[in-house]
Design a binder for this molecule. Structure first.
Ligand SMILES: NC(=O)c1ccc[n+]([C@@H]2O[C@H](COP(=O)([O-])OP(=O)(O)OC[C@H]3O[C@@H](n4cnc5c(N)ncnc54)[C@H](OP(=O)(O)O)[C@@H]3O)[C@@H](O)[C@H]2O)c1
Length: 286
């Protein structure tokens, strides 16, 4: 079986290519721009994959507030282009979405049936991308995940490692709760689901997939620093916990986006990854 992966140079796209190089046809943005509907159709026709996995996205949460037209072109219209092209040739589309479709005010973990209410352009564009896929055809999987990190690309782990080497004191937001989730684990889950749904059909829909245990950005930063300090000397001495209000950003962020992952575990027999294991691997291996 072959899977065509868009956004192959992103965190999850790269992890998909690494996880299954013989099954994955990875196309980065230069090879396939998902905002170009005709190019999307041509790429799928030429490669004839068994399914498409969309790992391409506009993920700059703050910058999206200043350039909403680009965020919507990629996250909503790009998703629609892929759904149209997959529907036309009758193959499934696996798509990744985000906990930022929620407003973060729910006291309990969000289920897939909870109503979205994005706080910013990024979350809104991702929500409209989900809806564009649902409107077009049933043969889709939408995997909502959170706080993605890995060895490849720009993410919170890489940022904290850099700052911890440079500065004695860091101030980190401690009142936003979420799930750090390894890109490699998302890739493995998508491949597992792709193999399953393509063989059996019938489990289409939206699922939550999230690393465990949930934490705050401050808790995540503490774990990163502790892990790194075991392997190298660091400049950082204090990690000051601060509230979101003390760190204003162009985009509002949801305060608590804990995700209920019961549905994906029951449907596909998946165990949620412990993000601390992947963090250790990244810090040790670089
Ligand atoms: N990062 C997170 O914390 C997070 C959290 C929750 C959900 N997600 C979702 O998880 C998925 C994967 O995220 P990620 O962290 O792997 O993102 P990423 O590292 O930013 O990768 C996204 C990739 O998409 C590419 N891309 C952008 N516009 C494109 C276009 N028009 N056509 C084709 N490719 C395009 C980017 O290319 P360039 O490098 O050239 O820009 C980049 O390689 C996304 O759907 C994202 O919304 C991410």
């Amino acid at each position: 079986m072959t899977w065509l992966v868009t956004g192959a140079n992103g965190q999850v796209g790269h992890a998909l290519v690494q996880a299954a190089p013989s099954e994955v046809i990875g196309l980065d943005r230069a090879a396939l721009d998902i905002t170009d509907a005709e190019a999307v159709r041509r790429a799928i026709a030429a490669r004839a994959p068994d399914a498409v996995i969309n790992a391409a996205a506009y993920t700059a949460v703050d910058r999206a507030e200043a350039e909403p037209e680009i965020a919507f072109a990629v996250n909503r219209d790009g998703a629609a282009n892929l759904a149209d092209a997959c529907a036309a040739v009758g193959i499934p589309l696996l798509h990744i979405s985000t906990d930022y479709v929620f407003d973060g005010t729910k006291a309990a973990p969000y289920t897939e049936d909870d109503a979205p209410n994005p706080l910013g352009v990024y979350g809104q564009s991702k929500w409209e991308g989900e809806e564009a896929i649902r409107d077009r055809f049933d043969q889709h999987i939408i995997l909502r995940t959170a706080w993605v990190f890995g060895a490849h690309g720009t993410n919170f782990v890489q940022t904290i490692l850099r700052l911890a080497r440079e500065r004695e004191a860091l101030r980190i937001v401690a009142d936003q709760h979420g799930h750090p989730t390894p890109a490699a684990a998302i890739a493995e889950a998508l491949l597992h689901i792709a193999r399953g749904v393509c063989a059996q059909q019938g489990q289409w829909g939206t699922y939550h997939f999230a690393g465990q245990p949930p934490t705050t950005w401050h808790g995540f930063a503490k774990a990163i620093v502790a892990e790194a300090r075991a392997h190298e000397p660091l400049a950082v001495q204090t990690l000051e916990p601060i509230d979101t209000t003390a760190y204003p950003t162009p985009a509002l962020r949801p305060l608590s986006t804990l995700l209920d992952t019961t549905r994906i575990s029951e449907a596909f027999g998946l165990t949620m990854p412990d993000w601390r294991e992947e963090l250790r691997r990244i810090v040790v291996e670089g």
